[in-house]
Design a protein around this ligand. Structure first.
Ligand code: NAD
Ligand code: WQD
Length: 362
């Protein structure tokens, strides 16, 4: 007679092949969690999961599945003993969301609904959700709310932000309907940057990067000509907008803190929001300088006009996360630039093998 092994408990990570998801999987495994990744690879590649297995020396079960395909997604709930879900999967480009809003609503909202319906059916009660500082919209409307606390009135200003806002509402409504069954952690990320210090995983945007750091990195390795700084006529110390940049490894650790909170809390159910930011704002030119220092080169830049939709200042008040999740950032912008530079020089074409192939062909 052999004693039955206790059944392993899994964290299902949706969008786990992506930028923040992959760094969180690394942190989860380091903290002793077993992970299952589901991703449709719409904005990522399986290479990140392969690299994660090398980094963690762990097998990662991967499903190449679209969340909107509920019957395919169901198989994961049938096949595994899922204890909790971290839900990263979604489309995230603000500009694109204004061009093709229906695709954003379909993907982000329907994917989340399918996931929640299956969680309800299979009695999986804990969810950590990737929300965004974008739900605050232009917080400059409330000058006494900078740095931004979670109580700041919400007001997203683009379809992408509307999907995050709507999903927050769905979670709140579901929680209100059957409180004791649900534990929801809504994490509002500020500006995630950097890469894993190993240089094995990092951010690999498809096409022209929308975000500041990936764009600068591509300029530094010669993939783009120069950085366009979108306006220097803002009311800040150097005229460029202020953001709360957070190292992706710190951000990943915030998810572990949230999961532990859901596990350890005494309350029967909960639905609560936490800002994940550093509490310190940096201007575009300050980040530019930090990145130039990290790569040892003054990369070319030009001041251009403002980008539509940009706001002056999005800086987090992270006290709630510090007090309740016992989490705070440990790394700064300089650390993130250093790790981004390692990732970029070691993977100038991201996860595509093109760079490697070119090197051998030369
Ligand atoms: P990412 O694009 O690298 O990761 C998202 C992953 O989800 C991708 O791998 C993509 O292929 C997958 N995906 C998308 N739709 C899917 C679907 N229907 N089914 C299965 N997989 C799907 O983005 P990221 O930067 O890692 O962001 C992760 C989450 O955090 C997103 O929800 C994003 O909106 C949110 N967020 C990101 C930022 C940021 O600046 N990166 C800031 C705030 C919030
Ligand atoms: C940062 C600063 C730009 C690129 C976005 C989303 C937000 C969240 C995080 C998902 C701004 C300036 C940028 C460039 C520049 N994502 N910039 N030249 O806009 O703060 O936030 O990502 O939830 O919702 O809106 O980030 O990196 O695009 O811009 O001058 O080529 O860099 O004007 O001041 P943003 P970003």
């Amino acid at each position: 007679h052999t004693p039955t092994q206790p059944q392993k408990k899994y964290v299902l990570v949706t969008g786990g092949a992506g930028y923040i998801g992959s760094h969180t999987v690394a942190e989860l495994i380091e903290n002793g969690y077993e992970c299952i990744v589901v991703d449709n690879l719409d904005n990522s590649s399986y290479e990140s999961v392969s690299r994660l297995q090398i980094l963690t020396k762990h097998k990662i079960t991967f499903y190449h599945t679209d969340l909107c395909d509920k019957e395919e997604l169901r198989k994961i709930f049938v096949n595994h003993n899922i204890d909790s879900v971290i839900h990263f999967a979604g489309l995230k480009a603000v500009g694109e969301s204004t061009q093709i809003p229906l695709k954003y609503y379909r993907n982000n909202i329907l994917g989340t609904l399918a996931l929640l319906e299956l969680m309800q059916e299979y009695h999986v009660e804990k969810l950590v959700f990737s929300s965004s500082a974008t739900v605050y919209g232009d917080a400059t409307r409330f000058p006494d709310m900078i740095p931004i606390p979670e109580e700041c009135p919400l007001g997203p200003t683009n379809p992408y932000g509307n999907t995050k806002y709507t999903i927050e509402k769905i979670l709140n409504d579901l929680y209100e309907s059957e409180k004791k069954n649900w534990k929801f952690a809504i994490l509002r990320y500020f500006n995630p940057i950097g890469a894993h210090p190993s240089g094995l995983i990092g951010e690999d945007p498809l096409g022209i990067p929308n975000n500041l750091l990936p764009y600068m990195a591509q300029v530094a390795v010669g993939r783009r000509e120069k950085l366009n700084v979108f306006g220097n006529d803002y009311d800040s110390r150097d005229g460029t907008p202020i953001r709360d940049y957070i190292h992706v490894v710190d951000l990943a650790k915030g998810h572990i803190a949230a999961l532990k909170y859901l596990d350890n809390t005494k309350s029967e159910g909960l639905c609560r929001e936490w800002n994940l930011g550093s509490g310190t704002g940096s201007t575009v030119l300050e980040v530019y300088r930090a990145f130039c220092d990290a790569c040892g080169d003054d990369i070319p830049y030009e001041i251009t006009g403002r980008r539509a939709g940009d706001v002056l200042n999005l800086t987090a008040k992270p006290d709630r996360a510090t007090n309740e999740l016992h989490w705070k950032t440990e790394l700064n912008v300089a650390d993130a630039c250093k790790d981004l530079w390692k990732w970029t020089t070691e993977n100038p074409f991201g996860y595509q093998l093109k760079g490697v192939v070119d090197k051998f062909a030369a």
